[in-house]
Design a protein around this ligand. Sequence first.
Ligand code: MN
Length: 502
Amino acid sequence: MSEFKQSEVWFITGSQHLYGPETLKQVDIDSETIVNGLNASGKMSVNLVFKPVVKTPDEILDICVQASSNKNCIGIITWMHTFSPAKMWIAGLKALSKPYMHLHTQFNRDLPWSEIDMDYMNLHQSAHGGREYGFINARMRKNRKVVVGHWQDEKVQDQVAIWCRTTIGWADSQGLKVARFGDNMREVAVTEGDKVEAQIKFGWQVSAFGVGDFVKYVEKVTDDEIDELYSEYENIYNVADNCKPGTEYHENVRVQAKYEIAMKRFMKDGNFKAFTTNFENLTGLDQLPGLASQRLMAAGYGFGAEGDWKQAALLRILKTMSAGMTGGSSFMEDYTYHFDPANEAVLGAHMLEICPSIAAKKPRLEVHPLGIGGKEAPARLVFESATGDAMNVTLIDMGNHFRIIVNTLDVIEPLEKMPKLPVASAFWKTHPNLADGAAAWIYAGGTHHSAFTLALTPEYIETLAEYADVEYIVIDKNTKIPEFKKELRWNDIYYMLANGLK
Ligand code: MN
């Protein structure tokens, strides 16, 4: 995402004056070497910025206030090269409003067996310095990421890189504007929720618009603009014969092109990054935006159908976190089961709106009647998802707290061809298996909708949930239903106590 090109993560090293200027000079040099090494790893999606070692409560407070107010700084990495008495960190950590990581690393990987002396012992103190710092973080009940290991180890660098991407997602979440065209699908429960609480926890600004507000944009789109966009469709999709110029459904495709252009303008004018539609609120539109919604998702916008603003915002954040990575992310719905005991799996799809970023092959552009809602047959992209490790992520409102649920999946190729399926789809094996995975999801109250991603892993979402201070539940290969039910009950009590008076 280009808006995060300027983002920085500040690398802040703690120490104290006790060690004397020479040692502290070395701390600075070592610290800068680590920053340069991490930047040179090629794994970081943001620029890590070295900051001179902090040695007093005032210096710590000052750098934390600076980090909190600096627009480019999206988070900080803290490291204790030496012992940094942690009372010094209280004021700074209280003032810090950005996410942070405690990188529990050490400058040298190995003990210098034949050389080790007291000077070495006075400089390389991460093992105990990091614990002193850890205590004050725990004592202050701070949600932070702890990464342990040598900074040149690829696994450690990968964890730092994941944290940086999560932090970009968190930065995007702050002030994320979601446009809702129409309201919630009537009588649907799970797509509802407390938008005020979502703004407090995640920073989302969710605003509803009458479909007429969008129709005004649609009416302004010119034929030339539609021609141009249609030729782009011809270039990147296999357009069905009955959708080409001069044929039965060509006009239906042009209607979606018009929606796409109008929608992009609407989003840009209001600086919206995610949106919802609702097939029950289409007054003034001839079709449900299908192809248009798919194209906006592919351009990086979050989307939720039937007014599902929580999934729309979540999908946008997943897209921001995974920008430039292999594997796409899409709005998704558990649609239909394959209950063959030898091969239990789920067919995920939606009425129309699956993002082509997950497509295995060049999508087909087709038009088919919707069979619901009484509108004209909408154009849509039809494809099957790429295969591999994936997950569904959802966010629900439990009344007294938000719950984020992750279910890891193996996306596989469909067992047979589905020549009559008129929508995009993904076919997956649920972890730990369909019976327990679906039961766990249902016990947890998970949505039929989710944000599906082939790019990210649960670690991203765990950290995101911690920064929002909301419940995080993962259903994966290790999930056992009796334990899972207990976890839900215990979490309910925790959040009841933690959020009781907030
Ligand atoms: Mn739906």
